[in-house]
Design a protein around this ligand. Sequence first.
Ligand SMILES: NC(=O)c1ccc[n+]([C@@H]2O[C@H](COP(=O)([O-])OP(=O)(O)OC[C@H]3O[C@@H](n4cnc5c(N)ncnc54)[C@H](OP(=O)(O)O)[C@@H]3O)[C@@H](O)[C@H]2O)c1
Length: 368
Amino acid sequence: MMKAAYITSRPDIGKLTEHLQLDETTIPTLTASELKPNQVLIHVKAFSINIDDVNVAQGSMLGGIGIAQAPYPTKSNPHVPGSAYSGTIQAVGSKVTDFLKGDRVFGFNAQPFLHEMGPWAERTIGNPKNLLKLPNNFTFVQGAALVMPLVVAGDMYDLAVPSVAMGTERVMVLGASGGIGSVLVQALRKKFPKLHIVGVCSSKSNDFVMKLGANSTIDYNKGPIHVTVLGSSANDNSNFDVILDCVGGYDYYQSAEKILAPRTGTFITCTGTEQWIGDRMFTRLEAFQYLWQTFMVPLIYNRLPGKHPYYYFAGPMTFGEGSRMIMEQKTIPGIEKVIPFEEDALKSAINLVAAHRAKGKIVVNLEA
Ligand SMILES: NC(=O)c1ccc[n+]([C@@H]2O[C@H](COP(=O)([O-])OP(=O)(O)OC[C@H]3O[C@@H](n4cnc5c(N)ncnc54)[C@H](OP(=O)(O)O)[C@@H]3O)[C@@H](O)[C@H]2O)c1
């Protein structure tokens, strides 16, 4: 048996830590004999805790839309949660050509849709399509922290780049202190030194976001962001060219509409019309509305004339161009803390992530 975190029943929202167990009694140690030809066996060295890992385990990913969840866990089929990890390759399947035994790698397993095994364990089975070689100047902890922001911030970056052609435009990042937002702020700053970047975060995250490279921050607790922007005496030009949204919800979008440049402004979200999607279950009607508004409306909306901003949803399936650029920059997300692979530490970390209070990523270091 291997040391692994697992659940044998599906928790209600907010109850994952009451169901989660961590021991060496239940999950069999994975071996090379279990590999399919296009899989690799990974010795996990570190993994990060992402809000969607919690959502998938609770069955509330994308508001509970059926195919986005992991298989229902049972005693005979326990569920190992997680997605993003780093480690070394222990064995490769017969058709794998890009990786060799001993390679240091980082990447993710996809539980929604693909039902791959989570990596909150000493070993996992990886899909080479979603793995990258970990550069020598990255630690395993940094690699595990970077995986999810690399995928999502990379895609958001690619969508934003056409709108920051001069490099002097005004950009706002909603959720700038989070895992994805903290990478976006740094990546944009490194690539465009003269860009004007405003980070939206709580006042306690102000110093952190300023150090990442923001010109200023807005505290979302002080009221709607458009009111703060339009009421600020320091605001010489209230229009933003791009707003990158890592939080979601109508309120933020409606505020954004009021401060984005008419006709040319661009709104890019990785969450859509629901704030912190996964915090609650949708009704069927809400699920339909969410999917329609997220994927169909922008197709129509972006072609209609008018003052409204362009609207894009970032829902990448794997690493893209922006990811490679961010990796070359060696941009690392903020790391709230690194914890050992122990039950109490893991559970309090999950609660912090689920409360949306983690400043950047929390990483579990299996070598600690
Ligand atoms: N589309 C995709 O493919 C995809 C993939 C992965 C994740 N996601 C989604 O992306 C979102 C962000 O993920 P993440 O990992 O970056 O989140 P995260 O790191 O868990 O976010 C936590 C941060 O959010 C900030 N925050 C909380 N409430 C806020 C508010 N009202 N306004 C602005 N900031 C707020 C907190 O900052 P303060 O403490 O300063 O308040 C904290 O730093 C999640 O909803 C996740 O589901 C989408």
